[in-house]
Design a protein around this ligand. Structure first.
Ligand code: KG4
Ligand code: ZN
Length: 354
């Protein structure tokens, strides 16, 4: 798609992101201010703290994006912003900021669904990347983030058929909770990956919830099992049950590996099965958990075995960022979407609603 330059704003959770994206694909700038360090102390996101940090960082992030892109307001065709789903206070900062920019510079405004953004990260090209074909339709996409886990079929741009979703917790939420159980630093996803990579033993068995032949997912039983397994490992090592003393590093590593393996097994198996059942011509992976090296490697191997291209954004484009909002926003803009200055934040916006 050739198309206008979009300035895109993302603030749905704990990353303040602003990007300048050309034609829905080419990244000119993509600046992300992460609040990970801010939330590490509490081991999770405190919504009010997150919203205040967005307020603190959104103008410096915009300044940095302009400096990286080397363009000006004259070049911008529209402003895109994440409208939901996400944390109400966090969303409100980005939506208010984007509305102000659009009004002050007389640019059209496009509201973007955050989950659609995660899907469209697969279309992005970094500044130095060679041109690359778009993911061919029909495709099957797996989105795995801190708040959502679902499989969709896309017959074409902006059209989704939901195949399955989590019936309880999101995959990222399970990573974060089990990371905490194991005493690993926040956020749990990258910490579990790192610990698992150091495992010498690969014997730990964690349960998989297959939910018969459906494309739905469930991770709450796995979380409960993880608690039981960690408690047992503490008892076996003669450690106090309250977690005040850490498990030996090699035990933590093996348990991290076993948990990760269980999540990856279910995600990869269902994705490949869905792709085959839908006659997909490609598979797309997105969302923060798609940054996971074990998931990427497993899906790459299985997709290759069935002759399907797998499109996975680099890890920095899997976790929250403005570029993906610019990509999805460009297709929405091309389809005629325009938001007014009454655009409101929608904390529980379903996929494909804007
Ligand atoms: O998409 P995202 O940045 O924010 C939401 O929209 O939720 O996803 C954040 C989630 C967190 O749960 C985090 O632990 C997980 O993505 N995550 C990972 C990895 N990197 C981030 N999970 C597993 N392995 C990783 N390498
Ligand atoms: Zn996200």
């Amino acid at each position: 798609m050739s198309g206008p330059l979009l300035l895109a704003v993302e603030s749905s959770c704990d990353e303040t992101g602003i990007a300048l994206i050309e034609g829905g694909r080419r990244i000119l700038a993509n600046v992300v201010a992460s609040q990970v360090a801010l939330h590490a102390g509490t081991g999770g996101i405190v919504p009010e703290v997150a919203a205040r940090a967005h307020l603190r960082w959104i103008v410096p992030v915009l300044d940095a994006a302009w400096a990286d892109a080397g363009v000006s307001w004259n070049d911008v065709g529209a402003v895109a912003v994440t409208r939901g789903p996400g944390l109400a206070g966090s969303l409100l900062v980005g939506v208010s900021f984007a509305k102000t920019l659009a009004w002050a510079h007389d640019k059209p405004l496009v509201g973007v669904n955050h989950l659609e953004g995660h899907l469209y990260a697969a279309w992005l090209l970094d500044p130095g990347d060679a041109e690359r074909d778009e993911p061919p339709f029909p495709l099957v996409a797996l989105v795995v983030s801190g708040g959502h886990t679902f499989l969709v079929e896309m017959q074409d741009h902006l059209t989704y058929r939901l195949l399955g979703q989590t019936v309880d917790d999101a995959a990222g939420e399970a990573f974060d909770k089990v990371g905490r159980l194991l005493g690993l630093p926040y956020p749990g996803g990258p910490s579990i990956q790192r610990a698992a990579e150091g495992a010498d033993r690969h014997d730990a068995i964690f349960p998989r919830a297959w939910l018969r032949d459906s494309y739905d997912f469930s991770f709450s039983g796995l979380k409960t099992a993880a608690r039981r397994i960690v408690d047992q490992a503490r008892a076996d090592a003669g450690l106090p049950a309250d977690g005040s003393q850490p498990l030996a590093a090699e035990v933590t590593a093996e348990l991290a590996w076993g948990f990760q393996e269980a999540v990856v097994d279910v995600l990869a198996t269902k994705t490949i099965r869905a792709a085959e059942a839908c006659g997909a011509r490609s598979i797309v992976l997105g969302g923060g958990v798609a940054a996971n090296a074990a998931l990427r490697a497993r899906l790459a191997g299985e997709a290759e075995a069935c002759g399907l291209p797998l499109i996975v954004p680099r890890p920095g484009l899997c976790t929250d960022n403005g570029a993906m909002i610019g990509a999805a926003g460009a297709w929405r803009f091309a389809a005629g979407d325009r938001a007014g200055l009454d655009l409101d934040a929608r904390p529980s916006l379903p996929l494909a609603e804007r």
